[in-house]
Write a protein that binds this ligand. Sequence first.
Ligand code: PLP
Length: 453
Amino acid sequence: MNAVGTGAPLAERARAAIPGGVNSGQRSVPGITDLVVARAEGARFFDTEGRAYTDYHAAFGPQLLGHNDPDVSAAVAAVIREVDLCGVGVTPGEIELAERLIELVPSFEQVLLTSTGSEATFHALRLSRAVTGRRLVVKFQGCYHGWHDAVSLNVISAEDALNRPDPISAGILPEVLESTVVLPFNDAEAVRRLFADHGDQIAGVIVEPVPHNIGCVLPTDEFLITLREQTTQHGAILIFDEVITGFRHALGGWQEISGITPDLTTLGKAFANGFPLGAIGGRADLMQQFSSRPGGSAFFAGTYNGAPVVVAAALATLTKLTEQPVHEHTFRLGELARAGLREVFAELDLPAVVTGYGSIFVSYFMPGPAPRTYSDLLANRADLFVGYRRKLIERGIFELPLNLKRSHISYAHTESDIEQLIDGTRDAVRAALSETTELGAGASTMGGLVRES
Ligand SMILES: Cc1ncc(COP(=O)(O)O)c(C=O)c1O
């Protein structure tokens, strides 16, 4: 029983009934306290006060086609009239989706569906341990792979928490944290050294091939090649977590772009355009170890796996991604945005690195060159990164005001949206600069640093 009545403002009712008033720790954003979203369409969402926001947050990335894409919605509406979840056997949609994924993603010989990216990465790591009989897994500082214990460490760490286990949650057993080795991203030498010393204990290596949970840090060829070579040489499983890069950067993900084929790949976000879907796929000899095959030793389950509504959304999304110039459009707007933002920061004489890939962009407030590893990002001015985004929101443009978060362009955004983004950014940065200068800041504050998406 709570004391807030149904006549109270919605946000207040939310806080009374839901811890923090939102359904994810990642939606608990300082400065955004009373946002109740009423509607979303195309490149925009609308709050219950009638305000419109041009959306570059895109719910942390799924809506590559834009909100409420009409073709995806129509496919969902059609399937709802035919079949819902039966929890036995398989539906024709699941078969078609699996076959299409295998055609598109280079590492996929077989694939299983989950409801979220976290489940997919969980299963990938457990399978790695099941098939190798080894204990250790490896992740990289700055990469996020979901909320489960084995990967809940060293995402956005403060400087003094680098080079030691830095859990993002209380309640994780120390022995679990100790079983995950964290290395710096793009450090091929550190990978070689770890394998030389402990190669026979490493079950798997999981990596965001482009760590987008800290904006955008592009991998060197040497780094990805080394991961492939060392895991192969030492019998460990290489897992590409393509929950963000999959479909958004190319239909075959970063593995298609880089030419490096992992053993297992996890997917999520963009392939169902906002419907809850994840996938794990890869080498058939590994996938055959899941318990969906009788006798498979790695237990695999999930009441909602392959739910027809979500599968229909994915099939419609893949059809549109394949048949329409989605990548051409979003990549062109991405280039326009990055070029325009670079000009703005040059005009303002502000040290900034505008980077990204394709439809993703991010502006770090630090001198160049573009970051290659997490510790490079400690030079970013978090006060300005968050501050200008708060000012942008006042101007009806939504980039998430959390340090190091990336922004996304969808098929529904237009050139005129990007022009507004560039003009809005100029105004917002000016306004934020005048406030940080008034505060005598100038220096980097680490406020909001310990966050991940
Ligand atoms: C790279 C990556 N992997 C895994 C996940 C977890 O996915 P989900 O939030 O669907 O559980 C995320 C979520 O942001 C992600 O960015």
